[in-house]
Ligand binder design. Sequence first.
Ligand code: NAI
Length: 329
Amino acid sequence: MRILFYDTKKYDRDSFEKVTEKYPEIEIEYTDTDINSKTANLAKGYKAICAFVSSDVGKETIDCLSKNGVELVLLRCAGFNNVDLEEAKKKNITVMRVPGYSPEAVAEHAMALALASSRRIHKSYIKVRENNFSLTGLTGTNLHGKIAGIIGTGKIGATMCRICRGFGMKVIAYDLYKNPELDFVEYLELDKLLNDSDLISLHCPLTEESYHMINKSSIAKMKDGVILVNTSRGALIRTEDLIHGIRDKKFFSVGLDVYEEETNNVFENREDDILETSITARLLSFPNVIVTSHQGFLTNEALESISITTFENAMSYLNGNLIENNVVM
Ligand code: NAI
């Protein structure tokens, strides 16, 4: 099976090439170009394409892939909101994904953001590089003995609960369903969690219900001096309201791996006018805020797991034996 691998980054290629020899039936060609309705034509002659969560696999792209004989879309990610599934179904194109690869990768990054922002590591790093060893402005806060409020206790949230427990925190949570594995966690209503938590970490998906769940009204319910971390999806937070909250000194610190403008790729198109008006750039102007570039998933272990599952997905399609949980309907 020939696969065209769109939007290749060096780390993708390295991790896929490490396992490629175990799958002699599969031949991958890599291109830097990302997929969209115009670049889908490059897939002529390939049975499958490999795309990422940020790729445009909408209706027009699917139509073009279908005209070019593509039968399989392999997503090397869990999310699939960028794929027109109805159109794929109509065109008889199978869509497969990697439902879970390393919850630890994301949860550890969430804790890294909580620690780095609350212990002012980002400020200290820059000061010391400039030979400034003054401690002014670097006072942090302990996590031990505090309350961690985890919103969403699926794979990643549950891992974050365990990490927080390891730090000696009391762990409370809000989810639509209780996770039976978390017997040390107290489930509460959302308002009570907002009110009680010293650290709030978001681990639920972006849905109609969760869109802007952190807004002016929910921020008002939080404790003063709370630490807020978001590694899930940017639009869980209404950024304008977060900026107001930061200005009002509501937050001890904020760590974000995801942000509302992500789909506009503000950081990759580093044009000054975009950055000047960008709401994310405004967030970056606050000294107690850290923003990373949606890198929670990016560890060697997660990349290895993603490449193996993607190859296994391709093999299961070839053998006519689809891995049910990995097929997107
Ligand atoms: P999961 O599906 O295992 O868990 C999600 C949990 O959220 C479930 O327990 C579900 O019941 C709960 N939930 C759904 N709607 C909710 C709501 N309105 N309020 C409270 N809880 C709600 O998902 P997983 O694997 O733990 O991933 C969580 C999120 O992490 C993903 O949706 C994705 O947005 C994000 N993610 C971020 C990555 C990064 O690199 N920063 C990488 C992978 C995922």
